[in-house]
Design a binder for this molecule. Structure first.
Ligand code: ASP
Ligand code: MG
Length: 249
């Protein structure tokens, strides 16, 4: 396909705070010159928080609203820390999403019911909140951006929570989708989420952003797929479980 396109995936730990997002932007600005597709996870901890909020709401525990407020506040604070307090576009987009998130949780709480389908709607907000922030943040740096809703590209079945990707259909969507306008320096999209043929939002299973990034890299025959996380290289084991894990040269 396109020569010299790279796919970069930024996980939750790369987007956990304004400082981390600063590093993401530094990397992309410093390495300008190659076209990149950037796949974003939710901010670190947000997917877990959303799951907790959903479970609490479904138990009729009104305490879910405190967790939800906290989650919303965390996104707002990150925007402020990044100096985007007066960026009306991203603020109003995020506010719209916060409202929908509140309504969804109120619905779950009223019904005291949380289907796998509603859970996918709910957790998809993690990535769908992160992308507008990253987009606005990179825009401030003057990069030529394009943004794509991953659900336009990633087609799945309806096994909510661990949806199976239709790889052929998704690859075609990605290939055609990139070509619609390939004048970007950085194209930003969500990891982890997809859509069924009938338009329902799905998720690909925990940690699914890596999979999204791989699907995109493979579809466009990318030169490389880079996955950024919070350890300095490739380790012999997960350092959270094996403290003596070593970096492999
Ligand atoms: N945000 C999702 C999760 O925490 C997907 C990912 O991070 O890859 O599982
Ligand atoms: Mg991960």
């Amino acid at each position: 396909m396109k020569n010299e396109m790279e796919v970069l995936k930024f996980g939750g730990s790369s987007l956990v705070s304004a400082d981390a997002m600063q590093r993401v932007r530094d990397v992309l600005v410093a390495r300008r010159g190659t076209q990149r597709i950037v796949v974003c996870s939710a901010m670190g901890g947000v997917t877990n928080a959303l799951i907790q909020i959903g479970l609490k709401a479904a138990q009729g525990d009104a305490g879910y609203t405190d967790l939800l407020d906290e989650l919303i506040e965390r996104h707002r604070k990150t925007l402020d820390d990044l100096g985007m307090a007066s960026d009306a576009d991203v603020r109003s987009e995020l506010n719209g999403k916060f409202d929908r998130l509140r309504s969804l949780c109120a619905g779950i709480s009223l019904l005291e019911e949380l289907s796998a389908k509603s859970m996918d709607q709910l957790v998809s907000f993690g990535e769908r909140l992160a992308v507008p922030m990253v987009h606005a943040w990179l825009d401030m740096a003057g990069l030529k951006l394009r943004r794509v809703d991953a659900r336009e590209w990633i087609v799945t079945d309806d096994q909510f929570g661990a949806a199976e990707v239709d790889r052929e259909a998704s690859a075609r969507n990605i290939q055609d989708g990139v070509l619609v306008d390939d004048s970007f320096e950085v194209l930003i999209t969500e990891g982890f989420i997809g859509k069924t043929a009938t338009g329902d939002t799905t998720t690909l299973g925990r940690g699914g952003s890596d999979y999204t990034a791989s699907l995109i890299a493979s579809a466009i025959e990318a030169d490389c797929l880079e996955k950024s996380t919070d350890v300095p290289g490739m380790l012999t084991a997960d350092p959270r479980m094996v403290p003596e894990a070593q970096v492999i040269d």
